[in-house]
Design a protein around this ligand. Structure first.
Ligand code: RP5
Length: 363
């Protein structure tokens, strides 16, 4: 007897949001009962409960040999920045701005399991993506046989957040639900597009070298390396896409070296010494996040995911010594004080908050 569809419907369409512990407990007893009457096939299921702002994913594993069920509950916030009323702004090759309006997706209709009969968003894929060598071809094109939810040769088509669903047209469905826009926008990959974000921190020190203490929290103020993005003008962590087959840690180093060490003033010798020091510094990262990014470029079929690493210079004698003047490409880059008042690109504020918590810094 397959009760999975019933359980999925039950937990998805609850009239009100039940505390997840009650749901887990209910399902636990259901599976215990099934085990007791000899129902014995091991399986796992992901099911979704939602309220207006939270998506709770229950990853359930039933082990028939021991008749036990384990449940991993993960609460994830719905995406906001890739939904109406946030506009999708595409800057064309001549610099012209195209505004693509997303269909409105009310908070209660984001999850794919929730019916939304009038859902019919427009499709947009930037013209340059259709011909770019770094991008996937259109779905169905001869010779394109992607292996979804797996490593596909050098391309990682797995999500950090679990198994994503497929549409009737055999395109991946955004793992956090509807965005009000189909196609790939400016993203190259169908499904997850993987990035890496280095969160590089140091203490804010006054001229006497002492850590600055925030008057409200009485905690020391942490600073992180922020970059002003060219596409939206917002401040962000200096992340970048992961090249096919490249290790995430290599991406982090490359981004910081390119974006933070690109000083036209430094001599060749200084650059070589900096290079060695940075290379060593970036062997000591701590993973603080792996998952979805609420990126304004996300669509129903293509979305950003990242691995964020914390690199902290506690003494200020390593990368913390650089004052980060913009390189010759004049892209703004600076050490920025961390606090809950920051307004950053996508969901980067979450990485920064985690960094502040880990260092017991002012927030
Ligand atoms: C964000 O986009 C990631 O968190 C990362 O910071 C960035 C990578 O994209 P590009 O800056 O390379 O466009 O979602």
């Amino acid at each position: 007897m397959d009760l999975r569809p019933v359980l999925s419907v039950l937990s998805t369409h609850q009239p009100t949001y039940l505390p997840a512990c009650i749901t887990v407990s209910l399902l636990h007893w259901t599976f215990w009962l099934l085990g007791a009457i000899g129902w014995s096939s091991p399986w796992s299921i992901s099911t979704v409960c939602q309220r207006s702002d939270l998506l709770t994913v229950l990853d359930l594993d039933f082990d028939s040999t021991t008749s036990t069920m384990s449940a991993l509950r993960t609460a994830r916030y719905f995406h906001v920045k890739c939904r109406f009323p946030h506009e999708y702004r595409y800057k064309g090759p001549e610099g012209q701005i195209q505004r693509i309006v997303r269909q409105e997706v009310p908070a209660g209709q984001i999850a794919w399991d929730t019916p939304y009969d009038v859902y019919d968003p427009i499709s947009f894929t930037a013209p340059h993506v259709l011909t770019a060598p770094w991008a996937d071809p259109p779905i169905g094109q001869a010779g394109f046989h992607p292996r979804w939810n797996q490593r596909d040769g050098p391309v990682n088509r797995q999500s950090h957040e679990g198994v994503y669903l497929m549409s009737d047209q055999q395109a991946p469905l955004n793992i956090r639900g509807r965005t009000g826009l189909k196609g790939r926008g400016t993203l190259g990959r169908w499904g997850p597009n993987h990035a890496a974000d280095p969160v590089v921190t140091r203490w804010h020190r006054d001229s006497d070298g002492q850590r600055r203490i925030h008057p409200d929290s009485q905690k020391p103020v942490l600073q992180f390396v922020a970059i002003q993005r060219r596409d939206t003008g917002e401040w962000a962590t200096p992340g970048g896409m992961v090249d096919p087959g490249e290790l995430v840690s290599e991406t982090v180093k490359r981004e910081f070296m390119e974006e933070a060490m690109d000083s036209t003033q430094a001599t060749a010798q200084e650059k070589a010494a900096n290079f060695e020091m940075v290379r060593d510094f970036f062997t000591r990262g701590q993973e603080i996040y792996a998952g979805y990014v609420d990126d304004p470029r996300n669509t129903d079929q293509a979305w950003m995911e990242t691995v964020a690493f914390l690199f902290h210079d506690d003494t200020g004698s390593e990368v913390g010594q650089f004052e980060l003047k913009a390189g010759d490409d004049a892209q703004a880059l600076q050490w920025m004080d961390i606090s809950s008042d920051l307004n950053l690109y996508a969901s980067h504020i979450n990485f920064i908050q985690k960094a502040a918590e880990l260092q017991d810094a002012h927030w």
